[in-house]
Design a protein around this ligand. Structure first.
Ligand SMILES: Cc1cc2nc3c(=O)[nH]c(=O)nc-3n(C[C@H](O)[C@H](O)[C@H](O)COP(=O)(O)OP(=O)(O)OC[C@H]3O[C@@H](n4cnc5c(N)ncnc54)[C@H](O)[C@@H]3O)c2cc1C
Length: 544
């Protein structure tokens, strides 16, 4: 094992891999330390008996917009995004449904058919969300955050759209959706679900700017052909081609600090304990791991240790199962044919209150609600199943719903919870009862935490999204520019702007900050960032 590097990146999730790819491409000798046997973090795909199961992230919101996709030619390295035409089917009572398509005209027609007059409201919301995303919200993910007041002034000066972004930023997800005044509560419920299905609290004020991002991008969600892990593999190849090293099954014991400067890490691997040295240490771990678990107390300021200790985890987590079956995919026989072709089918919500009550009950530890969404990745990607096996057809089913961390998640309890959700799904797709199950893997909030210690308490974004923990405040103003008060130590994971999900924004931004500090050459910014700067939504490059 080498013991001396230019940069050491802690964690090989999407952000760690992105940061390491940029730093190694900038000529840095990089090592990535990963506790798991495999890279990828949330980009985990496992093949069991020929069925490929995405254990965590599945729906790619940014897809081709991910900066590494362009900068490192990930398409040529095997990353292919599949964007289903029918994105989401909301299955309501009395055989009613709402279908959302990647083409907004189809969505508008479906909204209008469900509730005459709401089609135009949908179009207003859709267009406004698109404009906000394009002008500011998406580019802002790929630059360090500004202090809130400076950001408000910039948005104010950018014009009417900027002021509307400021206005919704103050709101809760529920208030943002309600501001479009849909007549039919099912439509409001549908968009509130899209906005909050990854753990945003519907009633949390000050995070409304996230709603256009989630709603708009979840109407263009993509799968990675062959499984989400392809994305991690392509980044790994990029790093290794630039002579970077990835050390898996390597436990971190300490971030080494001498005279208020990070100088490396102490690790424990199969080869024993070792000290690895570097001028730059980039942590994608959560603030409690970085500042409390891995650093001696006397090396950390009271502000850092207090903030880390008080860090708020998400009040709800996720439960999911992936199941390889022999049998037909779900046929939602009481609904239009396109419902059975959708990337996601959402079941169990009729009103916005249903969405909110489900979330609140889960946050209080109740897991009796039957609601959530099902997907069949193999409908869009034959690589997900062993279709060479003569008996068939084969499919992968995926169920996902919000779930509490504090609950009995024994093997029996998890199995029962999964069975109840499977039976619930069969109410909508009775043909699933005939499916023969070949493999099923469940993930409870506890399993998520065990697999990825970054996601403490099953917190899939490494910490709650509250106004006090977002943007410039994530994880605290002293560190939100990716530098920390400890020289040479940077943050680059989901606990820094723009937060979690597979955006790679934190890893990308941190790598650029490091490159600037060490005088390494930077790749040009994404076109969307350049345009946002030109239009005054973001600071000019000289100011930044
Ligand atoms: C069930 C589930 C479903 C999800 N669905 C989606 C989705 O559909 N779309 C989407 O965009 N996002 C989804 N997410 C969220 C997404 O996976 C995460 O937000 C994203 O992976 C965070 O990336 P990251 O690099 O910051 O951290 P992580 O992915 O958490 O990676 C951190 C890495 O650090 C490693 N690590 C942790 N502790 C240590 C240590 N002490 N020493 C060394 N290494 C360590 C971990 O093993 C991991 O590899 C989902 C997450 C889960 C759990």
């Amino acid at each position: 094992m080498n013991t001396s590097y230019d940069a050491i990146v802690l964690g090989a999730g999407p952000n760690g891999l992105a940061a390491a790819a940029y730093l190694s491409a900038a000529g840095q000798r990089v090592a990535v330390i990963e506790q798991d046997v495999e890279t990828g973090g949330g980009l985990a795909t496992q093949e069991l008996s020929g069925y490929r199961l995405n254990h965590h992230a599945t729906y790619m919101l940014m897809a081709e917009l991910l900066p590494p996709y362009r900068d490192f030619g990930l398409r040529e390295r095997g990353v292919d995004f599949i964007r289903p035409k029918v994105q989401t089917a909301f299955l309501f009572e009395r055989q009613q449904s709402l279908l959302l398509y990647s083409d907004p005209a189809g969505s508008e027609a479906s909204v209008e058919a469900l509730s005459p007059g709401d089609g135009a409201r949908f179009r207003r919301m859709y267009d406004e969300f698109e404009q906000m995303c394009e002008a500011f919200l998406l580019p802002a993910s790929y630059v360090p955050p500004l202090p809130p007041l400076d950001q408000t002034i910039a948005l104010d000066q950018a014009g009417e759209l900027g002021r509307r972004i400021s206005e919704i930023s103050e709101m809760s997800p529920r208030e943002v959706i309600a501001s479009y005044e849909f007549r039919d509560p099912r439509i409001e419920a549908a968009f509130l679900y899209l906005a909050t299905m990854f753990g945003l609290e519907a009633s949390e004020g000050g995070i409304g700017f996230l709603v256009p991002i989630y709603v708009s991008r979840m109407m263009k969600a993509a799968l990675v052909r062959g499984g989400s892990h392809q994305l991690a593999s392509a980044l790994r190849r990029t790093i290794e081609e630039h002579a970077g090293e990835i050390l898996t099954s390597t436990a971190l014991q300490e971030i080494l600090v001498r005279e208020e400067r990070a100088i490396g890490v102490r690790v424990l691997s199969r080869d024993g304990a070792a000290e690895l040295h570097a001028n730059t240490v980039v942590s994608t771990l959560n603030p409690q791991q970085t500042f409390l678990d891995l650093m001696p107390r006397d090396r950390v300021t009271a502000l850092l240790s207090d903030t880390a200790a008080a860090w708020e985890w998400e009040p709800t987590s996720l439960f999911l199962f992936n199941q390889g079956i022999v049998g037909d995919p779900p046929i939602y026989e009481c609904y239009p044919d396109d419902a059975s072709r959708a990337l996601m089918a959402v079941m169990g919500y009729e009103t916005p209150n249903d969405v909110i009550e489900h979330q609140e009950a889960v946050a209080a530890g109740d897991r009796s609600h039957l609601a959530g969404h099902g997907s069949v990745p193999s409908l869009f990607d034959p690589l997900m199943v062993p279709d060479h096996v003569p008996f068939g057809p084969h499919h992968v089913l995926r169920w996902e719903c919000c779930a509490p961390y504090e609950a009995d998640w024994s093997i029996e309890a998890s199995r029962e919870f999964a069975e109840q959700r499977y039976d619930f799904w069969c109410r909508y797709a009775p043909n699933l009862k005939q499916a023969q199950s070949r493999v099923r893997i469940t993930w409870t909030p506890r399993d998520i935490e065990t697999h990825l210690p970054t996601m403490r308490r099953g917190s899939i974004k490494h910490g709650a999204y509250t106004s006090l923990q977002m943007g410039y405040n994530r994880p605290l103003p002293e560190c939100s520019g990716y530098r920390t008060p400890i020289a040479g130590l940077y943050l680059a994971g989901s606990s820094v702007h723009p937060g979690g999900m597979v955006t790679m924004g934190a890893g990308y931004n941190a790598a650029r900050v490091v490159a600037r500090d060490i005088g390494a050459e930077l790749l040009p910014e994404p076109e969307m960032v350049r345009q946002a700067r030109e239009r005054g939504y973001l600071e000019s490059e000289e100011q930044a």
